[in-house]
Design a protein around this ligand. Structure first.
Ligand code: AMP
Length: 584
């Protein structure tokens, strides 16, 4: 691998990029930089966003600017205002040690007068959206006759947005003797037309394979009934507690609806679409950039140019019409060498589309199993435990409170305290998921709905006790006032000595609890001799009881085996307080 210096990057730019932490060139930079530093070189680069393409074209075009000539010498065209600003920012950073070099972002929706004034003062690099640049050209306020480098960034997106005519009109005004570089994530026919018309024997650079998605992206689809799409979305969001992603919807209306529902259900979400004002869009994007927003619900067009490159997930709320949009959407995750997940929540009718995308991106989708309530609770709880482990403790601030905290909690041992802390979160989750709708996944072969539980062959094993523990059935439940504290107290009262208690699962009329193996016989014998309010306590081994039950079928199995299949009405959020915590 060559160094930037070996690629021909000059000292002032080297100094700037070193300060930015660029140690060695990325593959696209290694290919493009020396080529664009030459003359009359055209390049078509098929590169996903996040591959380092801004520096690939930015460094050579800046280096070739003659600062003494106060006229545009390089032109960058891009589809959106956001991308335009981002590129201009990057170019300013790269050129900070080149005295007097001026970069101007030119885009619609902002004052054309101030752009005209800046152009009059003298500009070397124009970064523009096609519509506004054409407007300035028509007013004869911009002169492209000295342009030596033209970059078309995200060319496929510009065509998708209907800029084809504007691009043609602009390119017709640029001198034919210049370097031209076209970046595109995909290569639709429209791009081939442009390259044929304006490029001269272009060098073709492919970072990754043609039309192929990023290798770091895992593609998963969940096939559900139309009416379950939203519930599936929530489960998926819950299953990834640290998700930071975009949910793509097809229409503005759907985008707004889904965002509204998510917000109402307590998720940290917001919407981004064309019906919002520019100020509203800026606000939402900024929130998302700063990670103050976890889920951005967006249309393809509105999300274009959003310069966020470390998304953990993108979610397709339904598949897009064309494969290019899919590649583009999924290309927003798995950037800069990180792994990402592209999830599609789709309907059986979209099966054909999945196969088509697989063929084009040359990668297979995984068929996702809808996470069960138990899976989600486990995931969330382990995440909470992880946060507890990693939280930074402000020793100075907390010191004065510690004596009273210790005094209050001294009767609890470490294990009890851990259980209680975790239960603060856990109880809220099980409250939601015990009553949550069952989501039926669709059997692709028959096209018929299949119960989620049936697809999980191992679900019934999940009632087994933890290693080293024995699981018991107790004939008292929540309706008898039996909660974890009471159960622990009961065991301690009935059985002499210290007994280690494991998992406790409380149901309305009965419970399950685990005790350490060594104490198992003792616990059963002792507890069975007691009564509560005149009712005999009955403690029995829970293992092997699945399928027999205690008098009624309801009492069978592990609590989690059943809790997500009950009442269909509840849609209560349990996340609201987490969200408010996160917002602080
Ligand atoms: P881009 O594809 O231009 O949006 O770049 C993706 C990210 O990679 C941006 O955050 C760049 O600042 C960063 N980047 C670009 N080139 C390098 C490099 N050679 N070394 C480290 N980071 C880079």
């Amino acid at each position: 691998m060559k160094t930037f210096e070996e690629l021909g990057v000059a000292a002032p730019i080297l100094k700037a990029i070193q300060e930015m932490g660029y140690e060695s060139p990325m593959p696209v930079q290694e290919e493009v930089i020396p080529f664009l530093l030459g003359e009359d070189n055209d390049v078509i680069a098929l590169a996903q966003t996040g591959t380092g393409k801004t520096a690939a074209f930015g460094l050579p075009i800046l280096q070739k600017i003659d600062v003494g000539i106060r006229q545009p010498q390089a032109l960058v065209l891009c589809p959106t205002r956001e991308l335009c600003l981002q590129i201009a920012d990057d170019l300013n950073d790269y050129s900070k040690y080149i005295d007097g070099l001026k970069v101007l972002p030119v885009y619609g929706g902002s004052s054309i007068e101030s752009q005209i004034k800046a152009l009059k003062r003298g500009i070397h690099v124009v970064v523009a959206t096609p519509g506004r640049l054409l407007d300035l050209m028509n007013r004869k306020t911009v002169n492209l006759s000295l342009v030596k480098n033209v970059i078309l960034d995200e060319a496929d997106e510009m065509l998708n947005m209907g800029f084809s005519d504007s691009i043609n009109a602009i390119l017709a005004e640029v001198p034919p003797a210049r370097n031209m570089l076209l970046f595109s994530a995909t290569m639709p026919q429209g791009i081939a037309n442009i390259t044929k018309k304006y490029m001269n024997n272009p060098k073709e650079i492919i970072i990754g394979r043609k039309n192929e998605g990023n290798k770091n992206i895992k593609h998963i689809y969940y096939m559900v009934r139309a009416q379950d799409k939203y519930l599936a979305l929530k489960r998926i969001a819950d299953y990834y507690p640290n998700i930071y992603g975009i949910i793509f919807c097809r229409t503005r209306k759907e985008t707004q609806e889904i965002a509204d529902k998510l917000i109402q259900d307590g998720y940290n979400a917001d919407s981004l679409h064309g019906e919002l004002s520019q100020a509203q869009r800026d606000y939402v994007m900024q929130k998302f950039r700063l990670r103050n927003l976890q889920l951005l619900v967006a249309t393809d067009v509105a999300a274009r140019g959003l310069d966020v490159d470390d998304l953990t997930h993108i979610i397709n709320y339904g598949l897009p019409d064309d494969v290019e949009s899919y590649t583009h959407r999924s290309g927003r995750t798995g950037r800069a060498g990180k792994t990402g997940i592209s999830i599609s929540i789709c309907h059986i009718k979209e099966k054909g589309k999945i196969r088509e995308i697989e063929r084009i991106i040359n990668k297979q989708f995984e068929k996702g199993e809808m996470p069960s309530g138990k899976d989600i609770c486990e995931k969330q709880i382990l995440n909470l435990v992880d946060q507890i482990e990693k939280v930074k403790v402000d020793e100075d601030e907390i010191a004065s409170l510690m004596p009273s905290i210790f005094r209050k909690l001294e009767w609890l041992d470490k294990e009890d305290i851990i259980k209680r802390v975790v239960s603060l979160e856990f109880n809220r989750m099980i409250d939601y998921y015990k009553d949550a709708d069952e989501i039926e996944v669709v059997d692709e072969r028959s096209g018929r709905d299949r119960k989620e539980s049936q697809s999980k062959g191992n679900r019934h094993n999940r009632g087994a006790a933890e290693e080293g523990y024995i699981r018991y059935f107790l004939n008292f439940g929540k309706s008898d006032g039996m909660f974890p504290n009471q159960l622990i107290e009961l065991v301690n009262k009935c059985v002499p000595g210290k007994i280690r208690i494991g998992k406790i699962d409380l149901l309305d009329n009965f419970s399950f609890f685990e005790v350490e193996e060594g104490a198992a016989d003792k616990v059963m014998k002792k507890m069975n001799g007691f009564e509560i309010d005149g009712r005999r306590i009955s403690v029995e081994l829970a293992q092997g009881k699945k399928g027999e039950g205690k008098g009624s079928k309801k009492k069978e199995g592990h609590f989690f085996d059943r809790f997500d299949k009950r009442n269909k009405n509840s849609d209560k959020p349990w996340r609201r307080s987490r969200q408010s915590g996160r917002k602080k």
